[in-house]
Design a protein around this ligand. Structure first.
Ligand code: FEO
Length: 167
């Protein structure tokens, strides 16, 4: 059985993962309208992955005798200016999510909930991957994005970097 404190913290994370999915879906849509088809595919896949992150917690909370709450969500931005700025937002968002996971892990220690502690290890590892992916993409953009042909290659290349390939 989950303590109230853990249940509340996990529900907060459910909401954050759902909002992450919406942010990446909005990025996918913006990229598609701008003709960045490779980036759009990457972002659609990323949005699906965040939904999977959310569902895993929903099922865990309910399995442990809690109640996973599905709430309204903060609307994501519609316009991301440039791919570079967009991926800077991805990186800072993932750093924010990592902090939230770390805070959750902290609470499992104070609540002595080692089952939830174990459950969260998957997310700890996943966040390392997500931050690394965002950093790699930003490095690539910084290397090539100044040229039109470089950007064309990047947009093709990013299709091979779908988040699910790295789970
Ligand atoms: Fe589920 Fe990208 O954090």
């Amino acid at each position: 059985m989950l303590s109230k404190k853990i249940e509340t913290a996990l529900n907060k994370q459910i909401r954050l993962e759902a909002e992450s999915s919406q942010i990446y879906l909005s990025m996918a849509s913006w990229s598609e309208t701008k003709g960045y088809s490779g980036i759009a595919e990457f972002m659609y896949a990323h949005a699906d992955e965040e939904r999977m992150h959310m569902l895993k917690i929903v099922k865990y909370v309910n399995e442990r005798g809690g109640h996973a709450i599905i709430t309204d969500l903060v609307a994501p931005p519609k316009d991301f200016k440039t791919p570079e700025k967009m991926f800077e937002t991805v990186l800072s968002h993932e750093i924010f999510v990592s902090k939230s996971i770390n805070d959750l892990v902290d609470i499992t220690f104070t609540e002595k909930d080692y089952a939830t502690h174990n459950f969260l290890q998957w997310y700890v590892a996943e966040q390392i991957e997500e931050e690394a992916t965002a950093r790699t993409i930003l490095d690539k953009i910084n290397l090539i994005a100044d040229t039109k042909s470089g950007f064309y290659m990047f947009d093709k290349d990013i299709k091979t970097m779908f988040p699910q390939d790295q789970v």
